[in-house]
Design a protein around this ligand. Structure first.
Ligand code: ASP
Ligand code: MG
Length: 406
């Protein structure tokens, strides 16, 4: 007998028919002799619908009240699922965050889970009940309702699995698992049987949308085994787990892309100590995260060129700030480019293998794709390229590294 946490996303509970399918799967798991705790998201599109209602009133809805509003989507889906299970003859109880006590900090809209009381859930499981918990929500120390950020039900599920010391956390979604690349871009994309937490973290932050990043951080910290799988098939999906020795043999696990970044360049910046500090200080003070940075300076002219990327959402704010500081520092001009893509190769095997970077660069060169910026970490290499070459870059890298083979 195992304790299994299952999480079903919005598309898996999009209508009553699908809720029935989810119930059937839960019943199957229960009948195999397991204790089952279920975490559900709001029905597909519901959270967006609630947000747009608030936006009809104002562009900046009060944060506490917005969380009060958007947390209701999950209350509907947990109740419907519990009604379904009970009507099928399986006693089930639905709960929202304050009934369980899922305690978070007080950052509305992006709250972090601090603690989960497990007693009530464990008691009901001992009475042979199926326990269903609303994802995405928590309460702060003042009992205000909070939400965990978009896609937050993944994090709810992993956190509950950690608190209950569950054997596994199954994340049911509308794709079959984690792929070597986006199957919508390249049909040769292959489903990975296993991936390490670290690789998954990189892939999630580099554009793979299967899991909320924070859920992976949580799983890594508490050693929660995750199984990402499809709610529309019985095939096994991808296991996200601690790095294993055999994983090192695979040099590259996947190639991802994101078009969420924009590049800002400062041309002819006087090259002297302190200029970079002034620029990035101003940006950091506004809480804006800078991703890649390159600086080229020419010794004889006394000028440097500086370029960096930020998320597109922060572009306008950053551009304004940069122009102010650049002017004070006497730079010639500030330009920007939104039509860029960041292509990244990820793999724990990179730690012990060399040559990945050069193979990546030569593959892009063969396709005539210019690399605008490069950044590397222990298990990742990223290149900024013109966004219009995204598909070409992904396909040629996938082929060059023979990712379809596994
Ligand atoms: N319903 C929330 C959202 O749409 C949480 C989730 O789906 O995980 O972001
Ligand atoms: Mg999701």
């Amino acid at each position: 007998m195992a304790l299994i946490v299952q999480k079903y996303g919005g598309t898996s509970v999009a209508n009553i028919e699908r809720v029935r399918n989810v119930a059937a799967r839960i019943i199957k798991t229960k009948n195999e002799g397991n204790k089952v705790v279920v975490v559900v998201s709001a029905m597909a599109g519901e959270t967006d619908r609630l947000i747009s209602l608030a936006k009809e009133i104002t562009d900046k809805p009060n944060e506490r009240e917005l969380d009060m509003l958007i947390s209701t989507g999950e209350q509907v889906s947990v109740a419907l699922l519990a009604i379904m299970l009970n009507s099928m003859g399986y006693p089930a109880l639905s709960y929202v965050a304050h009934q369980i006590k899922i305690i978070t900090d007080d950052k509305f809209g992006r709250a972090r889970i601090r603690e989960i009381e497990s007693e009530r859930i464990l008691e009901e499981l001992d009475k042979d009940k199926i326990v269903i918990v609303a994802g995405f929500q928590g309460i702060d120390s003042q009992n205000n309702i909070t939400t965990l950020g978009r896609g937050g039900s993944d994090t709810s599920a992993v956190a509950i699995a950690a608190a209950l010391k569950a054997d596994i956390c199954e994340i049911y979604t509308d794709v079959e698992g984690v792929f070597t690349t986006d199957p919508n871009i390249y049909s040769k994309a292959r489903k990975l049987d296993k991936i390490s937490y670290e690789e998954m973290l990189e892939m999630a932050s580099l554009g793979a949308k299967v899991l909320q990043i924070r859920s992976v951080e949580f799983a890594k910290k508490y050693g929660v085994l995750i199984h990402v799988r499809s709610s529309f098939s019985d095939k096994p999906g991808t296991i996200v787990c601690e790095e294993e020795i055999s994983m090192e043999k695979v040099v590259v696990s996947g190639v991802t892309y994101t078009k969420n970044d924009a590049r800002i360049a400062i041309n002819k910046l006087p090259d002297k100590p302190g200029v970079a500090a002034k620029i990035f200080d101003a940006i950091a003070k506004k809480g804006i995260i800078v991703d890649m940075i390159i600086q080229t300076s020419s010794m004889d002219t006394g000028y440097a060129n500086l370029a960096f990327t930020v998320s597109k959402a922060d572009l306008n704010k950053t551009l304004e700030l940069t122009k102010q500081v650049a002017k004070k520092l006497g730079a010639k001009e500030v330009t920007y480019d939104e039509n860029i893509a960041k292509i990244s190769m990820v793999g724990v095997g990179m730690r012990s293998h060399s040559g990945v970077a050069s193979k990546m660069f030569s593959t892009l060169a063969k396709e005539g794709i210019n690399i605008q910026m490069i950044s590397t970490s222990e298990i990742k290499i990223s290149c900024i390229i013109d966004a219009k070459y995204t598909e070409l870059a992904i396909r040629s890298l996938h082929d060059a590294f023979e990712l379809e083979k596994g």
